[in-house]
Design a protein around this ligand. Structure first.
Ligand code: DGJ
Length: 701
């Protein structure tokens, strides 16, 4: 619906209403919530009276520049180079464009020569509204943009905000973290050319007056950007909570040439009336939409050799692993790092992307043929943006590396980073991948990235603020991924950056799975996955069974625990299966066979997170579209909760959101349940000291 100064966007279950402010030339949020929330007075309405600040500083503005909003945090800071900063624009009603699902509002500052379009798009079949901005230099002189966020989002809270976000470091990504913000500013950011391990570009917000769990209205944002970013949340003096999100230019500011338009990344804005868990389902639906037709491809059970053989890759040991993996039921064999010359450790090889003849004496194709004859697909690891100083590529093209003239180059993991923003570097990467994928029967690529840029410059590249190196790198990365999709559509791509440092919607839309963390130790991994699944869908979550005790977390858990953990997403195996006993192999084959029966439910189902890894028992409920089957992955974390272990009452996980009148059967035990029982009493799990995980499949009768 459109009126002269009010616009309403509707998603499946949500309304987002925007109006032109009466106090000045900006748009304001008037409602965001379930359908009908737009009726009645706006919960964001404010008195209009201000002291010592301006109305714009107090307004729930959708996007507002420094100049108009001088004190409380602007979304856009622009100037003519060398002149005062500030934008004082007016609304251009004649340029408004609306459809049922989209809205475009335009504001012009004719003195500065800047046009800003606020863009909105409701994503069909979801509860996500995409927001971004288009900034055009309409004057004759270039502009300097110091801040150019994608959007600002106002959250209607009454008593401060409870922020839920995902924090970490390498090997500890996606830790669910909470903070109550009643006043002041909280910022998450990355300047690492990737979203980074420290924070995911994702935030959930609730009114602190409501409980964190249960049917609490929950708002979320996620930034679709593979490079530097920030999300700033202000609990403003008047009690309003406002989030600003966008890119963070490497150079501190970027120049916008006369006539040029800068389009910001999209900020996805989501709402659920059903708490953090409900918000997760909104994000999952959105990611299934991003995956599109590729949702129909079965994600194969993978074996990856990294943890078994490290850099010691040679045909004999790989084939031994492959033979066992095939026997267990693996459908895909991936040789990780170490298959190319000079890669005996992390000091060499990167850039020289040819199979190492010493590792594959009968030829790479012969080796791949052997893998394929075992009935498995074949894949390799690459790190296309990386370069080892002692590689042949580095001696041929030292100018392709990020560097600052006259400054030493810092090595991280003994490697340097290519300036993927350069077209010649992109062309090199595309040609290299085309060659590998065309010359050899490779159907899976794991794209890794293991270092952030340090001395990030492009000598001879012109004035730094005109380079916008971060955006150029992102464009190069996406260009190569798009090329892979277009020219090698049958190749499955796994996204990885030293674990989970580059996971956001631009990557999710162009890859098939991502690797959330290098930490595969059972209990650590469980917590990482519970955090991951708040923001991302199970069909994107690559997960391996590895050996116990883990590299990072020695707390013991059973093989079954590790299998149920890994099958909560896309199952893989990364253990040294040569050392597994016949009993372990039999058990593994049984788990893999069970997973294959229900992986569709896991990858397409609606999930509910049942308890958390901080509880003695936790689980994930996956309900098949249509409700025919429910899979429950359940774990006993070993945490003592006062209940006797043996003998004792079974632990229970209460299911959620199912029909109480429906009847279900657990084929494995033969037990029949009413939905009401599963909701009220839950599925029983009679844990023992060795029985610490289960996959329960309930079929609706
Ligand atoms: C980091 C990745 O996260 C690991 O899975 C592995 O591929 C190594 N790099 C290889 O160097």
């Amino acid at each position: 619906m459109t009126s002269h100064d009010r616009w309403i966007l509707r998603t499946e279950n949500t309304t987002y209403a925007v109006a032109l402010a009466t106090e000045g030339p900006w748009a304001e949020l008037t409602a965001w919530g379930p359908h009908g929330a737009e009726t009645g007075p706006s919960p964001l309405d404010w008195s209009g009276r201000t002291h010592f600040i301006t109305p714009a500083d107090a307004a729930p503005a959708e996007y507002i520049p420094y100049g108009l909003r001088p004190f409380t945090g602007a979304d856009l800071v622009a100037q003519r180079p060398g002149e005062e900063r500030g934008v004082w624009w007016t609304f251009s009603p004649e340029q408004t464009e609306t459809t049922d699902d989209t809205l475009r509002l335009v504001f012009d500052d004719e003195v500065l020569g800047l046009r800003v379009a606020l863009c909105y798009e409701a994503v069909p079949g979801s509860d996500v509204i995409l927001r971004w901005s288009e900034l055009t230099c309409t004057g004759e002189d270039e502009l300097r943009l110091e801040r150019f966020d994608s959007a600002a989002v106002n959250v209607p809270v009454t008593a401060g905000a409870r922020l839920t976000f995902l924090t970490g470091q390498w090997a500890q990504e996606f830790q669910r973290t909470e903070l109550e913000l009643t006043r002041g500013r909280f910022e998450m950011a990355s300047t690492q050319a990737v979203p980074g391990h420290a924070y995911a570009p994702w935030l959930a917000v609730q009114d602190a007056a409501h409980p964190a769990d249960g049917k609490t209205p929950t708002y979320g944002v996620a930034l679709e950007w593979s490079g530097n970013w920030h999300i700033t949340t202000d609990a403003e003096p008047g009690g309003a909570v406002r989030i600003r999100a966008g890119r963070l230019p490497h150079e501190g500011a970027v120049r916008l040439a006369a006539g040029a338009t800068l389009t910001t990344p999209r900020l996805a804005c989501a709402f659920s009336p059903e708490g953090i868990d409900g918000l997760a389902r909104v994000w999952h639906r959105y990611e299934r939409h991003l995956t599109g037709d590729r949702m129909n491809r079965t994600r194969k059970v993978l074996y990856n050799s990294w943890e078994a053989t490290g850099f010691d890759v040679e045909a004999g040991s790989q084939l031994e692993l492959a033979g066992i993996a095939a026997g267990l039921g693996a459908e895909l064999f991936v040789v990780d790092d170490g298959w190319f010359p000079g890669r005996h450790d992390d000091t060499g090889g990167l850039g020289d992307w040819y199979p190492d003849p010493a590792a594959f004496p009968q030829g790479f194709d012969h080796f791949i043929g052997e893998i394929r004859s075992l009935g498995m697909d074949f894949g390799i690891w690459v790190e296309p943006e990386a370069i080892s100083p002692k590689s042949a590529l580095h001696s041929e093209h030292p100018e392709w590396v990020y560097r600052v003239e006259g400054r030493p180059a810092t090595l991280v993991r003994n490697q340097l980073l290519l300036d993927l923003g350069r077209e010649d570097v992109q062309d090199f990467v595309i040609t290299t991948l085309d060659r590998l994928l065309t010359d050899h029967a490779i159907s899976y690529l794991k794209w890794d990235m293991n270092r952030p840029p340090t001395e990030r410059g492009r000598p001879g590249g012109g004035p730094v603020e005109k380079q916008d190196l971060d955006a150029a790198h992102v464009a190069g990365y996406l260009r190569v991924l798009d090329h892979l999709r277009a020219h090698h559509p049958n190749v499955t791509v796994e996204g990885c950056a030293g674990g989970g440092a580059r996971i956001e919607h631009a990557t999710i839309a162009r890859t098939d799975v991502v690797w959330p963390s290098d930490n595969t130790a059972p209990l650590d991994r469980l917590a990482i996955q519970f955090g991951y699944l708040l923001a991302h869908a199970p069909h994107t979550m690559s997960s391996w069974v590895t050996d116990a005790p883990g590299v990072f977390d020695p707390r013991p858990r059973s093989l079954g625990f590790r299998f149920v953990n890994a099958m909560a997403g896309v199952l893989g195996i990364g253990a040294d299966i040569r050392t597994w006993s016949p009993e372990q192999r039999t058990e593994a084959a049984r788990w893999i066979a069970r997973y294959k029966e229900i992986r569709d439910v896991i990858h397409h189902g609606e999930i509910h997170l049942l308890n958390t890894p901080a509880d003695a028992t936790c689980g994930i409920q996956y309900e098949e579209p249509g409700g025919g089957r429910i899979a429950v992955t359940a774990w006993n974390t070993g945490r003592l909760d006062g209940a006797p272990l043996v003998p004792g009452r079974a632990a229970r996980l209460r299911l959620r959101g199912i029909d109480p009148a429906a009847r279900y059967r657990d084929a494995a035990s033969g037990t029949e349940y009413r939905g009401a029982h599963l909701l009220h009493s839950g599925v029983p799990f009679p844990w023992t000291d060795r029985y610490d995980a289960e996959l329960t499949v309930l079929t609706r009768l």
